[in-house]
Design a protein around this ligand. Structure first.
Ligand code: SF4
Length: 210
């Protein structure tokens, strides 16, 4: 009934975002822009300099464990009596020029719900933009309205409901436009004005003006 999109269970597919053409923006990039726009400059204009950190590996391992647990859970957390669940759904939107892998999609005849698992203990703006973008891509892929999503905080074992509303949709679109500007003009944005972000940033040694 619903289109079959590739998942990370498919042969030869690793638990990473799909490779895309030059013009595609990945969901990770969208999230990173919300953390600090300059990270997008380093990622796209100086490729290959980012080290793979322990934190990234730990996040991936936690996702895999949660995926196994989630498959055994009922749909009550999403306030749904029934629905078709898909995990690690790989999405590519030609319309948005965006690609990514969403942890879970729940499909019903009336709506689709997106679910993202997070290792963090709180929800930041970057997480909201990410789930908003998943919502837009799922709408396009499955031709179903997406009105809400859930962020599952792994450490707290808690679901947080996120409305996929107009302000969030606008925020996704604005972030996409800003990323295109950085990539197209190789524009290096100013540093963030929250020093705590810089303290834990992998690009810290490349930012000589902070
Ligand atoms: S060190 Fe600070 S300003 Fe530089 S990329 Fe990281 S967060 Fe942005």
């Amino acid at each position: 009934m619903f289109p079959n999109l590739p998942t990370n269970d498919d042969e030869d597919a690793a638990l990473i975002e799909p490779e895309t053409g030059e013009e595609q923006v990945t969901i990770s990039l969208l999230k990173q822009h919300t953390y600090c726009p300059r990270v997008v400059y380093f990622e796209t204009c100086t490729p290959g300099i980012r080290p793979r950190t322990y934190k990234m590996q730990a996040g991936q391992d936690a996702h895999e464990r949660e995926r196994q647990r989630a498959a055994r859970r009922t749909l009550t957390a999403y306030q749904l009596p029934a629905g078709e669940r898909r995990f690690d759904v790989r999405l590519v939107s030609e319309k948005l020029g965006l690609s990514g892998v969403v942890d879970e999609v729940v499909l019903t005849p009336e709506e689709a719900i997106v679910v993202d698992y997070k290792l963090a203990s709180w929800i930041g703006e970057n997480h909201l933009v990410q789930i908003g973008a998943y919502g837009l891509m799922v709408e396009e892929a499955f031709q179903l309205p997406v009105r809400r999503g859930y962020i599952y905080l792994l450490k707290l074992r808690r679901f947080e409901s996120v409305p996929i509303d107009e302000p969030l949709r606008n925020s996704v679109m604005e972030t996409l436009r800003n990323i295109q500007r950085i990539r197209l003009y190789e524009y290096m944005p100013p540093p963030v004005d929250q020093p705590n972000k810089c303290a834990s940033c992998e690009f810290r040694r490349f930012c000589n003006d902070i």
